[in-house]
Design a protein. Structure first.
Length: 185
């Protein structure tokens, strides 16, 4: 493994990321519980709209958000790597330490934060689409909207970070970061 951050650093990022993804999952689960157990279907449709229009829109948003949940985090990571590649390590002495020190010996801490950022962005797309499909189910009660919630919830759960996933992602990004640095003028 090429990561040079301390195990505690990556463990902390992994735990924080797990808490964030778990909170997003719980939000969808709790909302789904409310949808299934508390809220009664609306009689007569939604304000004269064509039947299942909101469901079709929610499914389209789910499809778009699913694609975005895979593409946007990659863009976030690439932009973050380019920013890291352009950073100049800070020079400090013991007497004059800046509040934020760019560690020239390891990119791992910055890449770990970048991992967390791209994870949150990707997971949020899935959570938003799941909640919107839950709303469509409340309003129109089509089973496909409920199925979309369950599928999106499963995909969200599949994003749960593990230490191995974080390590692998950082290793791959470290290689890409070195390539980014070589391409700088």
């Amino acid at each position: 493994m090429s990561t040079t951050g301390t195990p505690d650093d990556l463990g902390a990022v992994t735990r924080t990321s797990q808490i964030i993804v778990a909170a997003l999952i719980m939000c969808v689960i709790l909302f789904l519980a409310v949808v299934l157990m508390v809220i009664r279907p609306m009689a007569g449709g939604v304000n004269g709209l064509p039947p299942n229009l909101i469901t079709y829109i929610a499914l389209a948003v789910a499809a778009a958000n699913l694609a975005l949940s895979f593409s946007i985090p990659g863009m976030v990571a690439a932009n973050g790597r380019r920013r890291i590649a352009r950073e100049i390590p800070a020079k400090t002495t013991d007497a004059d330490r800046p509040a934020r020190l760019v560690d020239a010996s390891s990119d791992t801490p910055r890449l770990a934060i970048l991992y967390q950022t791209q994870l949150i962005v990707g997971a949020a797309f899935l959570e938003g689409a799941a909640l919107f499909n839950g709303i469509a189910y409340i309003l129109e009660r089509p089973p496909i909207a409920l199925a979309a919630v369950v599928v999106l919830l499963g995909l969200l759960a599949s994003r749960m970070p593990t230490r191995d996933r974080v390590d692998s992602w950082i290793d791959a990004q470290s290689v890409a970061l070195q390539e980014d640095r070589q391409g700088l003028p």
